[in-house]
Design a protein around this ligand. Structure first.
Ligand code: ARG
Length: 585
């Protein structure tokens, strides 16, 4: 099913051609949801945009469009407002027909992507032997939700974990590994180094205090990069250790990712330089190979270089990203590449994209886009820390969310004198605790900084996961109490939309497709959260205004269908945010 918005856009486009000729076939019909329900459901602002081209006043243009519009089945007579806005009000009969389709569809009639594309979502991407920090948590949660939404729309999504598994720090780590576990490399079984982050810190201390260690580390990098077997083995050992730690977090969060770390692009780094040189972009600056950027200047007003090979011959983060772009376009055939990192890397991506563009690495039909997000802050507005002032471990953070949600649940059970099994308590605490962390992150406009507060995210009131999960339990409970298997109803069972609250709920249910398409475009999952929150409120208003179980005949069935469709919409929407639902909690 096409979304209502898509259908109205098509109708307005056709009317434009009919009224003013083929010249206007590519004009954007400028249809948007109405800013105020008082003006109807949707509006088009296209007449105002055409005054110069058509040399007529906008109200006159709007009038011609209305006369050419073929929407009698779907809308009441459109009206012109203000300087020339066209307002559309949907007919209840049309809403009922669409809702019927939604009810009968597994995908709730969400419009599938018209031309599915290969899309890469590059997200999470922590660094080996370093802490996976709250920034990576945000990237993981946001990236996963974006990937889920695109997948559901039918895009061919490749989820890539661009792990930081390469770089000069490995010289130091391997040297230290050999020092403290001299036989680690000869033993067959996996070595458990324990806390790799602590290991990193100790290695760093050695590196800073001892010249000979430093020298050995430098040699070690060269050995590793030239493919020396023993060094490769040590490197793999370190990577595996980190991978195990990362996987624990992905398991808790239910995240699927394909690891393709920086090291993967090693064989392609030299080619990047050759390619840049061929198009005349490569310049030498103080021994380093670089590309001078347009529009990036230092404080003296000099052009800023993007270094692609350091004076010691080493390649860097930017070189790897250039190689990755080429690989992803050429080998993966990606048409859209999405990078989810904190806003601090906006400059890096702008520079890499610019160089890729100027070097001809980016065909016209490929889009590269950085999806930046703000910092995670503690409730004091400062960097998130433990009470003792240490950096927070993600595992501890997630455990605490689950523990707190378990405590809340046990308190409620005690108050209501309810008995539940240990399995039930465990399941509910997990879903609510993890769901709360995810929802709190996703419901924010990602570009702003985000204040991490267990109390807020676990609150039962407001736009939170517990609230949404409760809403689902309630709505789904109502439709269950109806005692009718809705999937077996005759297809001509009427949907009756008479009360204002019924109409409002029906319209909202029909907007899911539009919302998902807008998230697909702007990559703002908070729109989906807002949509779901509004849905639960509109359901409450409907529930208060319209008796469901006490209604009779067709009206009762119709209302049960509304409740059931609401429940399924909540469930689907939450699943696209990576959040599971519960039937009871
Ligand atoms: N490893 C990087 C970090 O922790 C993020 C990598 C993002 N992806 C990329 N293609 N640069 O900051």
């Amino acid at each position: 099913m096409k979304s209502i918005l898509s259908q109205l856009k098509t109708a307005v486009s056709e009317a434009l051609i009919k009224a003013f000729g083929e010249d206007l076939k590519d004009t954007d019909p400028l249809v948007v949801p109405a800013s105020n329900p008082k003006f109807g459901d949707y509006q088009s602002n296209v007449a105002l945009s055409l005054t110069k081209i058509l040399k007529k006043n906008p109200r006159e243009i709007a009038q011609s469009i209305i006369e050419a519009l073929d929407i009698a089945d779907t809308c009441e007579n459109p009206t012109i407002a203000g300087p020339g806005f066209i307002n559309f009000s949907l007919k209840p009969s049309y809403l009922a027909t669409l809702l019927k389709e939604v009810q009968q569809s597994d995908r709730l009639a969400i419009e599938p992507a018209e031309n599915p594309q290969k899309v890469i979502v590059d997200f999470s991407s922590p660094n080996i032997a370093k802490e996976m920090h709250v920034g990576h948590l945000r990237s993981t949660i946001i990236g996963d939700s974006i990937a889920r939404i695109l997948e559901f729309r039918g895009q061919d999504v490749l989820r890539l974990n661009h792990v930081g598994d390469w770089g000069t720090q490995f010289g130091m780590l391997i040297t230290y590994l050999k020092e403290v576990y001299p036989d680690a490399l000869t033993k067959a079984d996996a070595l458990d180094i324990g806390d790799l982050v602590a290991f990193y810190k100790k290695a760093k201390v050695r590196f800073d205090e001892d010249e000979a260690f430093k020298e050995a580390s430098r040699n070690q990098v060269v050995k590793l990069q030239s493919g020396d077997e023993e060094s490769q083995k040590a490197w793999q050992l370190l990577c595996e250790q980190s991978r195990r730690e990362f996987q624990k977090i992905y398991d808790i969060l239910d995240i699927k990712l394909t690891e393709r770390g920086e090291s993967f692009y090693n064989p392609y780094l030299a080619d990047v330089l050759t390619a840049l040189d061929e198009v005349g972009l490569l310049e030498e600056d103080a021994g380093a190979q670089c590309v001078f950027l347009e529009g990036f200047k230092n404080k003296d007003g000099d052009r800023l270089p993007l270094i692609v090979q350091k004076s010691d011959g080493g390649f860097n983060y930017a070189t790897t990203d250039l190689a990755a772009i080429r690989y992803r376009i050429k080998e993966d055939q990606a048409k859209r590449i999405i990078y989810v990192t904190d806003s601090g890397q906006a400059g890096h991506f702008a520079q890499v994209f610019q160089v890729a563009e100027r070097a001809g690495f980016l065909p016209d039909d490929v889009e590269v886009v950085h999806v930046p997000f703000g910092l995670v802050q503690g409730e004091d507005g400062k960097k998130l820390k433990t009470r003792a002032g240490d950096t927070i471990k993600l595992k501890d953070l997630l455990d605490e969310a689950v523990n707190r949600s378990r405590a809340d649940l046990e308190k409620r059970l005690a108050e209501d004198e309810r008995q539940e099994t240990a399995d039930f308590i465990e399941k509910v605490s997990q879903v609510v605790g993890i769901g709360a962390v995810k929802y709190a992150d996703l419901s924010q406009n990602r570009t702003s900084n985000y204040i991490f507060s267990f109390d807020k995210m676990l609150a039962l009131q407001g736009n939170t996961a517990p609230y949404m999960l409760y809403a689902y339990v309630r709505v789904q409970g109502v439709s269950r109490q109806g005692g009718i298997d809705l999937s077996t109803l005759p297809t001509d069972t009427p949907i009756i939309l008479e009360e204002a609250a019924e109409l409002t709920l029906a319209k909202h249910l029909l907007q899911l497709s539009e919302v998902l398409m807008s998230v697909e475009q702007d990559l703002m999952p908070n729109r989906l959260c807002e949509y779901l929150y509004d849905l639960s409120r509109k359901f409450n208003q409907f529930y208060e205004a319209c008796p469901i179980l006490k209604a009779e005949g067709d009206r009762r069935i119709s209302r049960l269908i509304l409740a059931d469709t609401t429940a399924r919409t909540l469930k689907l929407g939450l699943s696209l945010l990576g959040i599971e639902v519960l039937d009871r909690m």
